[in-house]
Write a protein that binds this ligand. Structure first.
Ligand code: 8GT
Length: 333
Protein backbone atom coordinates (compact mmCIF):
# COMPACT_ATOMS: atom_id res chain seq x y z
CA UNK A 1 0.00 0.00 0.00
CA UNK A 2 1.20 3.49 -0.58
CA UNK A 3 0.07 6.37 1.50
CA UNK A 4 0.07 9.26 -0.98
CA UNK A 5 -3.55 8.82 -2.09
CA UNK A 6 -6.48 6.90 -0.57
CA UNK A 7 -7.87 4.82 -3.48
CA UNK A 8 -11.34 5.69 -4.82
CA UNK A 9 -13.89 3.01 -5.62
CA UNK A 10 -15.93 3.48 -8.79
CA UNK A 11 -18.28 0.53 -9.34
CA UNK A 12 -16.03 -2.43 -10.14
CA UNK A 13 -13.04 -0.13 -10.64
CA UNK A 14 -10.47 1.29 -8.25
CA UNK A 15 -8.64 4.53 -8.95
CA UNK A 16 -5.27 4.62 -7.20
CA UNK A 17 -1.88 6.33 -7.48
CA UNK A 18 0.31 4.85 -10.22
CA UNK A 19 3.18 2.72 -8.92
CA UNK A 20 6.59 1.97 -10.49
CA UNK A 21 5.53 -1.64 -11.09
CA UNK A 22 2.62 -0.46 -13.31
CA UNK A 23 5.08 0.75 -15.97
CA UNK A 24 5.10 -2.38 -18.14
CA UNK A 25 1.28 -2.66 -18.26
CA UNK A 26 0.90 1.07 -18.84
CA UNK A 27 3.40 0.97 -21.70
CA UNK A 28 1.60 -1.94 -23.34
CA UNK A 29 -1.74 -0.10 -23.29
CA UNK A 30 -0.63 3.38 -24.29
CA UNK A 31 1.91 2.38 -26.95
CA UNK A 32 -1.00 1.84 -29.32
CA UNK A 33 -1.67 4.21 -32.20
CA UNK A 34 -5.44 4.03 -31.63
CA UNK A 35 -4.95 5.34 -28.07
CA UNK A 36 -1.97 7.68 -28.58
CA UNK A 37 -3.43 9.49 -31.60
CA UNK A 38 -6.32 10.85 -29.48
CA UNK A 39 -4.10 12.16 -26.65
CA UNK A 40 -2.43 15.57 -26.78
CA UNK A 41 0.81 14.95 -24.93
CA UNK A 42 1.52 11.29 -25.66
CA UNK A 43 4.28 10.52 -28.23
CA UNK A 44 4.09 7.56 -30.59
CA UNK A 45 5.92 5.23 -30.46
CA UNK A 46 5.95 5.57 -26.68
CA UNK A 47 9.43 4.81 -25.28
CA UNK A 48 9.37 2.27 -22.44
CA UNK A 49 11.51 4.49 -20.13
CA UNK A 50 8.96 7.27 -20.49
CA UNK A 51 6.46 5.13 -18.57
CA UNK A 52 8.87 5.02 -15.58
CA UNK A 53 9.51 8.76 -15.74
CA UNK A 54 5.86 9.64 -16.11
CA UNK A 55 4.79 7.45 -13.19
CA UNK A 56 7.45 9.06 -10.98
CA UNK A 57 6.24 12.53 -12.04
CA UNK A 58 2.59 11.68 -11.26
CA UNK A 59 3.55 10.66 -7.73
CA UNK A 60 5.48 13.90 -7.21
CA UNK A 61 2.47 15.89 -8.48
CA UNK A 62 0.08 14.16 -6.06
CA UNK A 63 2.45 14.94 -3.20
CA UNK A 64 2.71 18.58 -4.33
CA UNK A 65 -1.09 18.83 -4.73
CA UNK A 66 -0.89 20.01 -8.35
CA UNK A 67 -2.28 17.02 -10.28
CA UNK A 68 -3.87 13.63 -9.63
CA UNK A 69 -3.12 11.15 -12.44
CA UNK A 70 -4.43 7.79 -11.31
CA UNK A 71 -4.35 4.19 -12.49
CA UNK A 72 -7.78 2.78 -13.40
CA UNK A 73 -7.64 -0.76 -11.97
CA UNK A 74 -10.11 -3.58 -12.56
CA UNK A 75 -9.19 -6.35 -10.17
CA UNK A 76 -5.39 -6.47 -10.55
CA UNK A 77 -5.23 -5.21 -14.10
CA UNK A 78 -4.45 -1.68 -15.19
CA UNK A 79 -7.09 -0.76 -17.80
CA UNK A 80 -6.34 2.95 -18.29
CA UNK A 81 -5.56 6.23 -16.59
CA UNK A 82 -7.60 9.19 -15.46
CA UNK A 83 -6.13 12.50 -14.39
CA UNK A 84 -6.97 15.92 -13.08
CA UNK A 85 -4.53 18.83 -13.27
CA UNK A 86 -5.05 22.14 -11.51
CA UNK A 87 -4.84 25.13 -13.82
CA UNK A 88 -1.93 27.34 -12.77
CA UNK A 89 -3.27 30.64 -14.11
CA UNK A 90 -6.94 30.07 -13.17
CA UNK A 91 -7.47 29.38 -9.47
CA UNK A 92 -10.30 26.98 -8.58
CA UNK A 93 -10.19 25.49 -12.13
CA UNK A 94 -8.80 22.12 -13.22
CA UNK A 95 -8.50 20.03 -16.38
CA UNK A 96 -9.71 16.41 -16.58
CA UNK A 97 -8.38 13.77 -18.96
CA UNK A 98 -8.51 10.02 -19.32
CA UNK A 99 -7.73 7.13 -21.63
CA UNK A 100 -8.68 3.48 -21.65
CA UNK A 101 -6.69 0.66 -23.26
CA UNK A 102 -8.19 -0.47 -26.56
CA UNK A 103 -9.08 -3.99 -25.40
CA UNK A 104 -11.20 -2.44 -22.61
CA UNK A 105 -13.23 -0.10 -24.77
CA UNK A 106 -17.02 -0.25 -24.81
CA UNK A 107 -17.38 -1.38 -21.17
CA UNK A 108 -18.34 1.93 -19.54
CA UNK A 109 -14.91 2.36 -17.92
CA UNK A 110 -14.39 5.98 -19.12
CA UNK A 111 -17.57 7.48 -17.64
CA UNK A 112 -17.25 5.51 -14.40
CA UNK A 113 -13.64 6.53 -13.76
CA UNK A 114 -13.76 10.11 -15.07
CA UNK A 115 -17.08 10.81 -13.32
CA UNK A 116 -15.75 9.52 -10.01
CA UNK A 117 -12.55 11.55 -10.15
CA UNK A 118 -14.41 14.71 -11.19
CA UNK A 119 -16.93 14.38 -8.32
CA UNK A 120 -14.20 13.54 -5.83
CA UNK A 121 -12.19 16.58 -6.97
CA UNK A 122 -15.05 19.05 -6.60
CA UNK A 123 -15.80 17.70 -3.13
CA UNK A 124 -12.22 17.55 -1.84
CA UNK A 125 -10.08 20.11 -3.66
CA UNK A 126 -10.53 23.86 -3.74
CA UNK A 127 -12.21 23.87 -7.14
CA UNK A 128 -15.35 25.25 -8.75
CA UNK A 129 -14.97 24.28 -12.41
CA UNK A 130 -13.51 21.31 -14.26
CA UNK A 131 -12.69 21.58 -17.96
CA UNK A 132 -11.94 18.88 -20.49
CA UNK A 133 -10.91 18.92 -24.15
CA UNK A 134 -11.44 16.18 -26.70
CA UNK A 135 -10.21 15.99 -30.26
CA UNK A 136 -13.03 17.08 -32.55
CA UNK A 137 -13.12 13.67 -34.27
CA UNK A 138 -13.20 11.79 -30.93
CA UNK A 139 -16.96 11.31 -30.68
CA UNK A 140 -16.60 8.50 -28.15
CA UNK A 141 -14.85 10.75 -25.60
CA UNK A 142 -17.29 13.61 -26.16
CA UNK A 143 -20.15 11.20 -25.41
CA UNK A 144 -18.42 10.06 -22.20
CA UNK A 145 -18.12 13.64 -20.95
CA UNK A 146 -21.75 14.40 -21.81
CA UNK A 147 -22.83 11.26 -19.95
CA UNK A 148 -21.03 12.38 -16.79
CA UNK A 149 -22.74 15.76 -16.94
CA UNK A 150 -20.18 17.96 -18.71
CA UNK A 151 -21.63 20.63 -21.01
CA UNK A 152 -20.11 21.95 -24.27
CA UNK A 153 -17.92 25.04 -23.86
CA UNK A 154 -16.89 25.97 -27.41
CA UNK A 155 -13.96 25.00 -29.60
CA UNK A 156 -10.19 25.49 -29.26
CA UNK A 157 -6.96 24.16 -30.76
CA UNK A 158 -4.29 22.02 -29.16
CA UNK A 159 -0.93 20.49 -30.18
CA UNK A 160 -1.03 16.71 -30.53
CA UNK A 161 2.46 15.22 -30.07
CA UNK A 162 1.83 11.87 -31.76
CA UNK A 163 0.35 13.57 -34.84
CA UNK A 164 2.88 16.40 -34.83
CA UNK A 165 0.00 18.77 -35.56
CA UNK A 166 -2.22 21.45 -34.06
CA UNK A 167 -5.81 20.19 -34.19
CA UNK A 168 -9.30 21.40 -33.28
CA UNK A 169 -10.71 20.24 -29.94
CA UNK A 170 -14.16 20.47 -28.37
CA UNK A 171 -14.09 22.07 -24.91
CA UNK A 172 -16.36 20.90 -22.11
CA UNK A 173 -16.94 22.19 -18.60
CA UNK A 174 -18.73 21.10 -15.43
CA UNK A 175 -19.23 22.60 -11.99
CA UNK A 176 -21.18 21.53 -8.90
CA UNK A 177 -24.55 22.02 -10.57
CA UNK A 178 -23.65 19.53 -13.32
CA UNK A 179 -21.77 16.98 -11.22
CA UNK A 180 -23.64 16.74 -7.93
CA UNK A 181 -25.35 13.42 -8.69
CA UNK A 182 -23.26 10.28 -9.33
CA UNK A 183 -23.46 9.09 -12.96
CA UNK A 184 -26.66 7.24 -13.68
CA UNK A 185 -28.46 8.64 -10.63
CA UNK A 186 -31.03 11.39 -10.75
CA UNK A 187 -29.99 14.95 -9.95
CA UNK A 188 -30.97 16.30 -6.51
CA UNK A 189 -34.65 16.05 -5.69
CA UNK A 190 -36.84 18.38 -7.74
CA UNK A 191 -38.57 21.18 -5.87
CA UNK A 192 -42.24 20.57 -5.18
CA UNK A 193 -44.40 22.85 -7.28
CA UNK A 194 -46.06 25.48 -5.13
CA UNK A 195 -49.36 25.94 -6.97
CA UNK A 196 -51.95 28.60 -6.14
CA UNK A 197 -53.53 26.33 -3.50
CA UNK A 198 -50.21 25.60 -1.71
CA UNK A 199 -49.95 26.61 1.96
CA UNK A 200 -48.07 29.82 2.72
CA UNK A 201 -44.37 29.08 2.97
CA UNK A 202 -44.75 25.69 1.24
CA UNK A 203 -41.79 26.49 -0.98
CA UNK A 204 -39.55 27.37 1.98
CA UNK A 205 -36.65 25.11 2.84
CA UNK A 206 -36.06 25.49 6.57
CA UNK A 207 -32.49 24.75 7.68
CA UNK A 208 -30.98 25.50 11.09
CA UNK A 209 -27.25 26.22 11.24
CA UNK A 210 -24.77 26.98 13.97
CA UNK A 211 -21.47 28.83 14.27
CA UNK A 212 -19.59 26.93 16.97
CA UNK A 213 -16.98 29.23 18.47
CA UNK A 214 -14.01 27.83 20.40
CA UNK A 215 -12.09 29.46 23.23
CA UNK A 216 -9.67 31.06 20.71
CA UNK A 217 -12.59 32.75 18.92
CA UNK A 218 -12.33 30.43 15.90
CA UNK A 219 -15.44 29.32 14.00
CA UNK A 220 -16.10 25.74 12.89
CA UNK A 221 -16.80 25.11 9.20
CA UNK A 222 -17.63 21.71 7.73
CA UNK A 223 -17.05 20.67 4.14
CA UNK A 224 -20.01 19.22 2.26
CA UNK A 225 -19.04 15.68 1.28
CA UNK A 226 -19.01 14.07 -2.16
CA UNK A 227 -22.47 12.99 -3.33
CA UNK A 228 -24.35 15.93 -1.79
CA UNK A 229 -25.41 19.03 -3.71
CA UNK A 230 -22.71 21.72 -3.50
CA UNK A 231 -20.10 19.13 -2.43
CA UNK A 232 -16.76 20.71 -1.55
CA UNK A 233 -18.20 24.01 -0.30
CA UNK A 234 -17.71 24.88 3.38
CA UNK A 235 -20.75 25.56 5.55
CA UNK A 236 -21.93 26.02 9.11
CA UNK A 237 -22.92 22.67 10.66
CA UNK A 238 -26.65 22.07 10.75
CA UNK A 239 -29.37 20.73 8.52
CA UNK A 240 -32.98 20.62 7.45
CA UNK A 241 -35.77 20.68 10.02
CA UNK A 242 -37.59 17.37 10.27
CA UNK A 243 -41.43 17.57 10.40
CA UNK A 244 -42.58 19.00 13.73
CA UNK A 245 -39.10 20.07 14.88
CA UNK A 246 -38.16 23.54 16.11
CA UNK A 247 -34.89 25.00 14.75
CA UNK A 248 -33.24 24.42 18.14
CA UNK A 249 -34.35 20.76 18.24
CA UNK A 250 -33.10 20.23 14.70
CA UNK A 251 -29.71 21.75 15.55
CA UNK A 252 -29.28 19.72 18.72
CA UNK A 253 -29.99 16.56 16.68
CA UNK A 254 -27.75 17.55 13.74
CA UNK A 255 -24.81 18.58 15.96
CA UNK A 256 -24.97 15.19 17.67
CA UNK A 257 -25.26 13.27 14.38
CA UNK A 258 -22.67 15.27 12.43
CA UNK A 259 -20.16 16.25 15.11
CA UNK A 260 -20.82 13.96 18.07
CA UNK A 261 -21.38 16.81 20.55
CA UNK A 262 -24.17 17.55 23.01
CA UNK A 263 -25.60 21.06 22.99
CA UNK A 264 -28.46 22.42 25.08
CA UNK A 265 -31.04 24.85 23.72
CA UNK A 266 -29.94 27.41 26.35
CA UNK A 267 -26.48 27.54 24.70
CA UNK A 268 -27.85 28.34 21.24
CA UNK A 269 -27.94 32.12 20.81
CA UNK A 270 -29.94 33.34 17.76
CA UNK A 271 -27.62 35.53 15.67
CA UNK A 272 -28.85 36.18 12.11
CA UNK A 273 -30.58 34.44 9.23
CA UNK A 274 -30.04 33.72 5.55
CA UNK A 275 -32.83 34.10 3.02
CA UNK A 276 -31.84 32.93 -0.43
CA UNK A 277 -33.21 31.05 -3.49
CA UNK A 278 -31.94 27.46 -3.54
CA UNK A 279 -32.54 24.86 -6.25
CA UNK A 280 -36.04 26.08 -7.11
CA UNK A 281 -37.01 26.61 -3.47
CA UNK A 282 -36.32 29.36 -0.96
CA UNK A 283 -33.84 28.72 1.83
CA UNK A 284 -34.62 30.29 5.19
CA UNK A 285 -31.78 29.52 7.58
CA UNK A 286 -31.45 30.88 11.10
CA UNK A 287 -27.83 30.95 12.26
CA UNK A 288 -27.15 30.44 15.97
CA UNK A 289 -23.93 31.03 17.88
CA UNK A 290 -22.75 28.41 20.35
CA UNK A 291 -19.73 28.66 22.66
CA UNK A 292 -20.50 25.77 25.04
CA UNK A 293 -20.98 22.11 24.27
CA UNK A 294 -20.13 18.75 25.78
CA UNK A 295 -17.91 16.23 24.02
CA UNK A 296 -15.18 16.50 21.41
CA UNK A 297 -15.97 17.82 17.95
CA UNK A 298 -15.29 15.22 15.25
CA UNK A 299 -16.54 14.73 11.69
CA UNK A 300 -18.92 11.78 12.27
CA UNK A 301 -19.95 11.62 8.60
CA UNK A 302 -16.44 11.69 7.16
CA UNK A 303 -16.68 15.43 6.44
CA UNK A 304 -13.58 17.62 6.68
CA UNK A 305 -13.71 20.23 9.47
CA UNK A 306 -11.83 23.51 9.87
CA UNK A 307 -11.56 25.88 12.83
CA UNK A 308 -11.24 29.24 11.13
CA UNK A 309 -10.27 32.67 12.47
CA UNK A 310 -13.02 35.21 11.66
CA UNK A 311 -10.65 37.21 9.42
CA UNK A 312 -9.93 34.08 7.35
CA UNK A 313 -13.55 33.00 6.74
CA UNK A 314 -13.45 34.70 3.34
CA UNK A 315 -10.76 32.21 2.20
CA UNK A 316 -13.29 29.35 2.33
CA UNK A 317 -15.72 28.86 -0.58
CA UNK A 318 -19.24 28.76 0.93
CA UNK A 319 -22.78 28.55 -0.53
CA UNK A 320 -24.08 31.91 -1.78
CA UNK A 321 -26.64 32.13 1.06
CA UNK A 322 -23.80 32.24 3.61
CA UNK A 323 -21.98 35.28 2.23
CA UNK A 324 -23.94 37.91 4.22
CA UNK A 325 -23.71 35.75 7.36
CA UNK A 326 -19.94 35.56 7.07
CA UNK A 327 -19.69 39.34 6.83
CA UNK A 328 -21.89 39.75 9.93
CA UNK A 329 -19.90 37.17 11.89
CA UNK A 330 -16.59 38.78 10.99
CA UNK A 331 -17.83 42.15 12.25
CA UNK A 332 -19.30 40.62 15.40
CA UNK A 333 -16.42 38.41 16.54
N1 8GT B 1 -26.05 23.20 7.24
C1 8GT B 1 -25.96 24.19 6.35
N2 8GT B 1 -26.69 24.14 5.19
C2 8GT B 1 -26.56 25.17 4.34
C3 8GT B 1 -25.70 26.26 4.61
N3 8GT B 1 -25.79 27.15 3.57
C4 8GT B 1 -26.67 26.63 2.67
O1 8GT B 1 -26.99 27.12 1.60
N4 8GT B 1 -27.14 25.42 3.14
C5 8GT B 1 -28.06 24.56 2.41
O2 8GT B 1 -29.10 24.11 3.23
C6 8GT B 1 -29.40 22.73 2.99
C7 8GT B 1 -29.04 21.96 4.25
O3 8GT B 1 -29.61 20.77 4.24
P1 8GT B 1 -28.86 19.44 4.76
O4 8GT B 1 -27.41 19.68 4.84
O5 8GT B 1 -29.59 18.89 5.91
O6 8GT B 1 -29.28 18.57 3.64
P2 8GT B 1 -28.45 17.79 2.59
O7 8GT B 1 -29.05 18.07 1.26
O8 8GT B 1 -27.02 18.10 2.79
O9 8GT B 1 -28.60 16.31 2.98
P3 8GT B 1 -29.74 15.43 3.53
O10 8GT B 1 -31.00 15.82 2.80
O11 8GT B 1 -29.20 14.10 3.18
O12 8GT B 1 -29.78 15.67 5.02
C8 8GT B 1 -28.53 22.30 1.85
O13 8GT B 1 -29.19 22.49 0.64
C9 8GT B 1 -27.36 23.27 1.99
O14 8GT B 1 -26.68 23.45 0.79
C10 8GT B 1 -24.94 26.28 5.81
O15 8GT B 1 -24.16 27.18 6.11
N5 8GT B 1 -25.11 25.22 6.65
Amino acid sequence: MDGIFAPLRAGALTLRALRPEDAAQLHRLVNDWEVARMLARVPFPYPRELADEWIASTRAQIEAGTAWHLAIMREDALVGCVGLTTTRDAPRHAELGYWVGRRHWGQGIGPEAAGRLARWALANLDLDVIHASVLEENKRSAAVLARIGFVPDGMAEQDFTARNARLPVRRFRAGRAELSAPAGQPAPEAAPQAGPAAAPGANLLLVAACALIDSDGRVLLARRPEGKPMAGLWEFPGGKLAPGETPEEALIRELKEELGIDVSAACLAPFAFASHPLEGRHLLMPLYLCRRWAGTVEGREGQALAWVRPGKLGDYAMPPADKPLVALLRDFL
